[in-house]
Design a protein around this ligand. Structure first.
Ligand code: HEM
Ligand SMILES: [Cu+2]
Length: 638
């Protein structure tokens, strides 16, 4: 492989046309471009975020005064259940996948994901499963058994009607998307790296997505099985969870939390990956303790599978077993602490610039510190028994899920949207948004700790006056509204940025990783005309500048240079050292992933309405989709 200074300009137009999606709706349904898919993931997830946010504000309106009558108890049950379900399944999980989709191939220096069609498929499953679940809102029959849907409450006997079926079927449906997405991230990370991007040079965000993807692969099957067994009980009268016929409700809890706890880290780990990209850029300093930080991300992935029983401390399991899980839950604080020290050490000697992404990073650190401490507290058995099912727990998990995941996501919007849209977001509105969110957040969620100690149970639609809870509840509701307003200010910063934001240029933050090495913002369809050659952990900060690879005449390197972009090809590398291995053709537009997802959607709707014909139609469409997808012609094989 040789290096060149100048790149041949001749092919420019040819390249553009070969990568261009069909215009309009046709391109919308058939695109396999990871950047389009990534953006769509982010936009779609934010729609769900705002719906779930409005639901939260309705709950807070109901709870702001004693004996309020804003919603009925039945509706309150639906609100907290769907708010939790949407935030976790339809906002946090997919929005992180969206960032992963957009950013990971760019950071690795490649032209797309390893399986572009699978990528489109996982997006369509996400949207359709989201529509599936949210249609329950449209018909006024949202799930109402809590976001973890414990049996026996959610059995047919105590939850008749379709409400909980939207949950059971929707969760299994959505799980397909997360799982295939994870496979795609893992293969992309190992096989699609630019020359020089050895494993010990992977950007932290890639490490975090890799750790997340492995957790997904091992955790999601458990919740899929739990929800499908629940549905089997509900629809077909099996008795997996019915003790009267030898089933076990505890089994349900084990299956659910075997996914449920790792899920917290499935969300948290990519968020720390974002923070680990943002802090070095604004501290103008390499990340301190890179190896320790990467090892911590992987370590968290492993330990997260050994702690699920801390959600079941009140179920009367044997004391020895519970002590082990308590200990494991304490130990997981160690890798999180290591990450924390890496960030502090990076900022310590750096000259920190307080741009909006960095403000969100700082806010995240403060909030996560408290969320982590209360996490350690509830990992201790006697303490947990005191605060179980109280507002203390609601405070704790919002500090983690809303604070330690949503703040990094907002920081990432300000950091990466300029690359994705070509325009800077409005900094003044951005800072206003941060402060409103930060103050609102703490007003909303800090008092919940105290309410928990005062005995206010979670999932209560109202409370009588005179218990000493009134003042705090007013503060919480005001804080919640303020937080909501803060998020809208970010929407304003985005809209203003798109209209008259400064052009971003290729690398507005003077950042280090390869997504900023693309010629323009947004990057061209093919990402890199020539694949970059990487000489260090922070390619754009190394003394040796990033340079362009040139195509060789063998199968392994022919896509390195501009000819690869013209042929819609990208190189495939060896797993650890990123040496050239072979060349992959990036598939063109196709409707097949959409139809396969649609078929599966019809299948789940059929189960929901318990109509065999619809089930069969769905299966036929899905099978046709699968066969078309797998069909190889002579031309393909050549
Ligand atoms: C505007 C910000 C938010 C507010 C004001 C808010 C408020 C609330 C309220 C009032 C409840 C019901 C508490 C109860 O009755 O027990 C709740 C539950 C919940 N929230 Fe949030 N929340 C917000 C953001 C989030 C985010 C970002 C997430 C996660 C990503 C989240 C996840 C949950 C979960 C999992 C539940 C538990 C649902 C259940 O008990 O089944 N929330 N939230
Ligand atoms: Cu947990």
């Amino acid at each position: 492989m040789t290096l060149v200074e100048e790149r041949p300009e001749a092919h420019e137009e040819a390249v553009e046309t070969i990568w261009q999606d069909a215009p309009g709706l046709a391109g919308f349904f058939s695109s396999v471009d990871h950047k389009r898919i990534g953006m769509r993931y982010i936009y779609t997830a934010f729609v769900f975020f705002f719906i779930a946010g409005v639901q939260a504000l309705v709950m807070r309106a109901q709870l702001s005064t004693p004996d309020a009558d804003v919603v009925s108890p039945q509706v309150y049950n639906q609100l907290f259940t769907m708010h939790g379900v949407m935030m976790i399944f339809l906002f946090n999980t997919p929005v992180l996948a969206g960032f992963g989709n957009y950013i990971v191939p760019l950071q690795l220096g490649t032209r797309d994901m390893a399986f572009p069609r699978l990528n489109a498929f996982s997006y369509w499953i996400f949207v359709l499963s989201g529509l599936f679940m949210i249609s329950s809102l449209a018909i006024g029959k949202q799930p109402d058994g809590g976001w973890f849907a414990y049996v026996p409450l959610t059995s047919k006997e105590y939850s008749p009607g379709v409400n909980m079926d939207f949950w059971g079927l929707g969760v299994a449906f959505a799980g397909i998307s997360t799982t295939v997405g994870a496979v795609n991230f893992i293969v992309t990370t190992f096989k699609m790296r630019a020359p020089g991007m050895t494993v010990n040079r992977l950007p932290m965000f890639v490490w975090s997505i890799l750790s997340m993807a492995f957790m997904v692969i091992f955790a999601v099957p458990a919740v899929t099985v739990a929800s499908l067994m629940l549905e089997a009980d509900r629809l077909f009268g099996t008795a997996f969870f019915n003790p009267a016929e030898g089933g076990s409700p505890l089994l349900y809890q084990h299956l659910f939390w075997f996914w449920g706890h790792p899920e917290v880290y499935i969300l948290f780990v990519p968020a720390t990956g974002m923070i680990s990209m943002i802090i070095p850029v604004f501290a103008r300093r390499r990340l301190a303790g890179y190896t320790w930080a990467a090892a911590s991300l992987i370590g968290i992935g492993f330990i997260s599978f050994g702690v699920w029983v801390h959600h079941m401390f009140a179920t009367g399991l044997p004391a020895l077993a519970m002590s082990l899980f308590s200990a494991a839950s304490l130990i997981i604080a160690i890798p999180s602490g290591v990450l924390f020290f890496c960030w502090i050490a990076t900022m310590w000697r750096g000259r920190v610039q307080w741009a909006t992404p960095m403000l969100f990073a700082l806010g995240f650190m403060l909030i996560f510190l408290l969320g982590g401490i209360t996490g350690v507290m509830v990992a201790v058995l006697p303490f947990d028994w005191q605060v179980h099912d109280s507002y203390f727990v609601v405070a704790h998990f919002h500090y983690v899920l809303n604070g330690a995941v949503v703040f990094p996501i907002f920081g990432a919007l300000y950091f990466w949207l300029p690359k994705m849209t070509g325009r800077m977001l409005d900094e003044r509105l951005g800072k206003a948004s941060f402060w409103t969110m930060f103050v609102g957040f703490n007003l909303a969620f800090f008092p919940m700790h105290i309410l928990g100690f005062l005995g206010m149970p979670r999932r209560m639609y109202t409370y009588p006056a005179g218990l000493g809870w009134e003042a705090l509840n007013v503060v919480i509701s005001i804080g919640s509204a303020m937080f909501g307003l803060g998020t809208l200010l970010t929407v304003a910063a985005f809209v203003r940025g798109r209209r008259r934001g400064a052009p971003a240029g290729a690398n507005p933050w003077n950042a280090d990783s390869l997504e900023w090495a693309t010629a323009t913002s947004p990057p061209p369809h093919y990402n890199f005309e020539a694949i970059p050659v990487v000489a260090g952990r922070h390619p754009l900060w190394e003394e040796e500048a990033v340079c362009d690879a040139t195509s060789g005449d063998d199968d392994a390197t022919r896509a390195y240079g501009p000819p690869g972009a013209v042929a819609r090809e990208t190189p495939v590398s060896t797993g650890l050292d990123a040496l050239p291995e072979e060349t992959m053709t990036i598939p063109g537009e196709t409707y097949v992933p959409f139809f396969l997802a649609l078929g599966l959607g019809v299948f789940f709707v059929g189960l929901l309405v318990e109509t065999t014909l619809v089930v069969v139609v769905g299966l036929v469409v899905a099978a046709a989709g699968l066969v078309t997808w797998g069909w190889r012609t002579e031309a393909d094989l050549r």
